[in-house]
Structures are given as C-alpha cells and as structure tokens.
Design a protein around this ligand. Structure first.
Ligand code: FES
Length: 273
C-alpha cells in the first residue's frame, strides 16, 4: 500500500483502507479450488447425514449388534428391538423426528461452532474472505460479537455434550462384540472401533478441550498432571483440521457399512465367530 492508501484520522492514528486496485484479486492461481472443494465436501456430508438420519431403516444389525452412530443413542419405543443400548425412556416418535433427536442437534452444534469448521465455512460459503488477497463481498465485518454469530461462543458447552456422546459411541462399539450370534469379531467391529477412536481424537483435540485441561493454569509446575494432559491435547490439537475431515468420512463409512450389512446387501466379514 502506498501513501494514497492511508487516511489520517483526527487523532492522527493512521487507518488503513483497502487498496483501490479495481479488481477482486490480482491472484492468477486457482485460489477458488480450495473453497470449492470444502463446500462440496461439507455439502456431501450434510446431505448424506440428513437423509440417513430420517430414513429409519438400515441403522441396526441385530445379528452383530451393530448400531450406526447416526442413531445413537436410540432411546424411544420406535427403535428396532436391540438397538436401544440405554433403554427406551421415550415413547413412540413420529416419523418426521430422527430417532437420535437428542444427540444430533448437539453434534451439529459442536461441528458448526468448531473453530476449524468456522474457518472452513466462513471462507468457502460466506466468502469472508474466500482466500488470501481476494476481496470479500461484504461491506462490513461485525465478527462474533452479536447475534447470530455470538452463538459461536457456546462451543465449549457443545464440547461437554459431545464428550458424553463419544462415551455413548464407545459403549456402542464395545457391546457390538456380542450380538445375537454371541461373542465375536468382524469387519464391522473393526470399523466401529476405528470410527470411535477417531471421534475421540477429534473431540479431545478440540480447542475448548485444550482450554479445559490447561487453559486457566497460572503455574504448570504446580499442576504436573494437568500440564501433561494439556501437552497431549495440544499435540492432537495441531491436527484438529485433519480429524475434522477424517471423522466426516469415517462417520459416513461406518453408517454405510451398518446400512449395507443390516439390510442384507453385504455380509459382515467375520474373523472370529
Ligand atoms: Fe473443533 Fe472444538 S471441535 S474446536
């Protein structure tokens, strides 16, 4: 920016304005590719997850006790027998309500307010800005200080609930080692376990988790255990973006596998029993 790009305010502090280059960007590379891929990836997952959450078929395989994470926890009388690993305290649900209606809003909120996903959709969908050195179409920026984006600050509360849901998914993966055919181990078990391990990696690598474990400590030396936990969480935290994408893939693949096995489209590959 040259001297023409700087205006001088009354107290003489320089306030920078945008460079008047008359074009949206001077970049000549394919800067639009990453936002496009991000949008397509997110749209594909949201579309798949929405359809599957409302289908109410192919979500539980009784023979192997495989329950897809999209229907966990299943707590109503509408759940097929065996799929309610935590009982059925809720009566019948009308068809337009997903069977996992208690967990899905929190999981959605957890991902929507995630620091990484915010970056992804602010750039790719809201174009704010779409890429470095590419002008955004919005005239003003008010940040996350007022409605609706101030809701983003609730992320830590979504984290607490997501932590509990990860425990529930863990239980689903454990009980899947014993279905109607007895104790056993198949490809479905492997998929459920890998999925839950990666869900844990995504959940504990959350920035809020990092803050919970060590964020308020004034003296690490006086809290060696919390310091150690914070160090491990920080290690995972640098890969949070990768876990965010990997878990979208593993969630969809896990659901797809349970869907195909439970509908008899494919047979579960058994290693033991
Ligand atoms: Fe991404 Fe918390 S889940 S920052």
């Amino acid at each position: 920016a040259g001297i023409d790009d700087v205006t001088v305010t009354r107290n003489s502090a320089p306030a920078r304005t945008r460079v008047g280059i008359g074009r949206r960007t001077l970049r000549t590379d394919r800067w639009w590719l990453q936002p496009l891929l991000t949008t397509l990836g997110l749209a594909a997952f949201v579309g798949y997850a929405t359809v599957r959450s409302f289908m109410r078929t192919g979500y539980y395989d009784a023979e192997n006790n495989y329950l897809t994470p999209f229907y966990s926890p299943c707590l109503s009388d509408s759940c097929v027998p065996g799929s309610a690993h935590f009982g059925t305290p809720i009566g019948e649900l009308p068809a337009f309500i997903p069977l996992a209606f208690l967990s899905l809003p929190f999981l959605l909120g957890f991902r929507l307010t995630c620091y990484y996903y915010r970056k992804a959709y602010y750039r790719s969908i809201w174009f704010s800005p779409p890429a470095c050195a590419v002008t955004e179409p919005h005239a003003k920026y008010t940040g996350e200080t007022r409605l609706p984006l101030i809701v983003q600050n609730a992320h830590r509360y979504f984290f607490y609930v997501a932590f509990v849901i990860a425990l529930i998914n863990t239980w689903d993966a454990i009980v899947a080692f014993g279905g109607e055919r007895g104790i056993g181990f198949g490809l479905g078990n492997l998929i459920l376990v890998i999925n839950v391990v990666l869900l844990w990696a995504y959940t504990v690598s959350c920035h809020s988790c990092r803050h919970v474990t060590g964020g308020r400590l004034k003296h690490f030396s006086a809290n060696p255990v919390r310091y150690w936990i914070w160090t491990q969480v920080s290690r995972l935290n640098v890969r949070h973006m990768q876990f965010a994408w990997i878990t979208l893939g593993t969630l969809a693949l896990t659901d797809l596998y349970v869907w195909l096995v439970s509908t008899g489209t494919i047979t579960d590959l058994r290693f033991i029993n």
